[in-house]
Design a protein around this ligand. Sequence first.
Ligand SMILES: *Cc1c(COP(=O)(O)O)cnc(C)c1O
Length: 426
Amino acid sequence: MEKNRLLNELGLSDRVIEYGESVLGKLEKRFKEIDEIAERNQAKVLLAMSKNRVSAACFSGTTGYGYDDLGRDTLEKVYADTFHTEAALVRPQITCGTHALATALSANLKPGDELLSINGAPYDTLQEVIGIRPSPCSLAELGVRYSQVDLNEEGRFDFKAIEKAITKDTALVAIQRSKGYSMRPSFSVAEIGEAIAFVKKVKPGLKVMVDNCYGEFTELIEPSDVGADMIVGSLIKNPGGGLAPTGGYICGTKECVERCAYRLSAPGLGREVGANLGIIDRLYQGFFLAPTVTAAAEKGAIFAAELYEPLGYKCVPKASETRHDIIQSIELGSEEAMIAFCKGIQLAAPVDSYVTPLPWDMPGYDDKVIMAAGAFIQGASIELSADGPIRKPYAVYFQGGLTWAHAKLGILMSLETMISRGLVKL
Ligand SMILES: *Cc1c(COP(=O)(O)O)cnc(C)c1O
């Protein structure tokens, strides 16, 4: 068909294109809802930017100590106002999400304290941070104990068990909003709020940190609106909007965030040092784009579920379920299928489209991991990407897409590749 010519050139068959169109027909209402949330969140960011008088002077690069860095200090106020917190630490010196989380934890836990995770095992890379898997400089090495309460059979918080697990030493409760590499559902902000209220009732004064990775801007409120003392995330995911070249954030109470600043730089220095290195304009512009980029990624996730579910693959969340993050996991059932899926995503990438992703041993992860990522920013998973550990149930975690059009094309290419390798029939 003539109208498919360009898509055919990309490698898509008429069959797959038509199947994609038939799926799209069902999504109009959901996409409209997503656009509405994006609009409200866009307003939130705009309000924070105008309130803090963002100007061209904020975009100047600084070097050395970075004393009186207007761009850095104003950006931190913009984040704090957008997420309704007293303070924020938003910096390129925070190298990634894991670093931001490690900073938040180690700054707010002291020897003898207990850290409690109430959603079962935390994200893979935090296992070494905590010392579940031994590592130099882990919290365990510093004398911070760790315990966890698994989720109940429905994948929800087990309040009875949580109450029992809170001891006189429990100082900080950690909650992970998105599912990470597990097949549980992600939590809504309302559910997180319920858990925060519960643990604070059991033990007033307890701090709560929410790993907010992948959740930012998918709802109208954030965990900081429902009592979290700290929300933490990566700038190469949602809030960086695809433009931030590196960085992480911690937003929260003044008390918690200041401790994080002392841990990140040095006691006595705190937030006063940290040059912006000339990349701060991209952090502003990325944050400005973040609500709509997140919306594009979310549309991609829903489209993927609607596409794969009728073909017999288990999707989490299900196609019809509401979303609280941008991740779509699809149980593909075999290593072969994971490789084919990732190959398809890679074929549709703007960068490195010619490479073949293969499973490899990645630092911080127990199993081999496969990753498709043809991103402008290395490892940026707000850009169209797919990854997953090579272990049962061989689930691939799909996320990102700076534009909805790209997300759609990438997902169609994944299906095309699975079909061409005889793994799926339409
Ligand atoms: C990505 C992610 C992290 C770690 O972030 P990195 O930037 O990869 O270090 C932590 N927790 C969750 C839930 C994540 O999705």
